[in-house]
Ligand binder design. Sequence first.
Ligand code: BG6
Length: 607
Amino acid sequence: MCGIVGYVGDKNAVKILLDSLKRLEYRGYDSAGVAVLDGRKIGMHKASGRISELEATLPKMNGSTGIGHTRWATHGAPTKENAHPHLDCTGKIAVVHNGIIENFQTLKEELINKGHVFSSETDTEVIPHLIEEFYVNDLEDAFRKTISKLEGSYALAILSADKNGSVLAARKNSPLVIGLGKNENFLASDVPAMLKFTRKVIFLEDGEMAVLEKNRVRISTFDGAAVKKSTQTIDWTAEDAEKAGYEHFMLKEIHEQPRAFRETLAGRISELDGAVRLGSIGLGEKKARSIRRIVLIACGTSFHASIFGKYLLERIVKVPVETQISSEFRYSEPVLDPDTLVVVITQSGETADTIAALREAAGQGCTSIAITNVVGSTITREVDGVLYTFAGPEIGVAATKTFAAQIAALYMLAIHLGKIRGTLDVESAKRFITNLKSMPWKIQDVLDEKSEVEKYANKFAQSQQFFFIGRNLNYPVALEGALKLKEIAYVSAEGHPAGELKHGPLALLMRGVPVVAIATQGLTYSKMLGNIKEVKARDATVIAIASESDTEIDKFADYVIRIPDTGELFSPVLAAVVLQLFAYYVAKKRKCVIDKPRNLAKSVTVE
Ligand code: BG6
């Protein structure tokens, strides 16, 4: 998730572009750049780091037509070379992009065979070279032909030295807004970028292209049919806009999970042949077959994702899997060997405990992979391979969308290793991938029913103690539900494997204590009903999370929150979304500071 901007008018473009980019930094902040048309010459400046870094090193740039970009790296480390804009071989076409070009590798090889020279590792750079390839004297035509070659998601802004006074744009699966001014027009990934200049906007839809000039905006479909668009007036404050109208970044990020899940899978799974392409993990077939043990190491929410990974990998790959809390692993004198695959899970890639644990494992000759959300983060430089999640930057301290994306990554790893090691056949892999591809919609279905969750959260918001119980793949979700409530609502909450209650925690239950029981269909459903009966026998109050088609559960639980029917390997993702919402609404009811809870940090870079 990056931020792109564009400007056409009479004012100095670079000043406006920088101002707009600063308001999009919540979308990505690891490198940035601008390009401005000065007569028939493109002036460009890029820098790694935040916009302030770009501004501090900016040379004098003239021109009143320009584009800009603030980056959240997905392909290629956050360096100056990989920062946008990207140029073609002639330097006369500049492009900024937000999204992922899934077929960029194929396109890049074709272009290199035709003599194009690339200067970055990005997926985006194929676009200016493609436009150059098609460009004769009609830029719009060359742009349309280029778009027809692209697979994936993109919001694009294009500048051409031959067309001063115009910015071209296109949108597919990535947001893009046009801002209407007097003798000037604006373009941006999101409204906050332009609120200072205009409140009159046009939202582009997927499959639409635009040509911006200072006194005119033309919008058409990709195949050239003119489109009439309605103008909307935005009445949000800039801060509201950064949250896209949500009250908190956490709620916004909970709602970004369908996209985070989809983009993490994008370009790496194929339903046709049941294939998962994970070239970046650097695990060759021979090495993958030689693995005798997998150790998953992480902290906080990422540790809960690792417990989920253990159940999943053992079930699919049939190899012993251990989970380790980084700070404990670090000093436990672990016994490892070169046939052990170590997987460190860390959304930030900067958690000191996890980095130290990795160094311990690497010191014993283990092969290591990181599952992380930040390209170029420290962890990526210390492992043998990286499996990136593409959730975009997460601002809320309590992790939500990165948890869903980590689970998506673990599914891909399980399929990948299962197929190589012959423990998962092609047909099962295809079914698995079909289920995975349906998840973004099912997550959306859960989000659409959030008022149901809010109802129960408000009902129990003043409880001083909560229990979350689950079995098998739902156990780590129970832990995550408890952690969310502790993190943002400051309430005492415990997550337990449901079968473990009778060995101690049951003593804490009494009349009215809320117990959230994750009782979705699956291997352990009937056992879960037994545990719910145990809890009810102590007069506690049971809120069950159950599958839509479950007709039994009402006989056992006091309240039921239903989630869409889906396989038992997939329902935990949906239950996790319910528990994130539950914690959010309890914290909201208790008037807590949700995005920046006390005593916590988004990433702890000290041991
Ligand atoms: C904590 C965060 O500091 O670190 C948690 O508040 C997070 O949300 C944990 O789960 C681990 O972070 P990471 O970046 O290593 O996944």
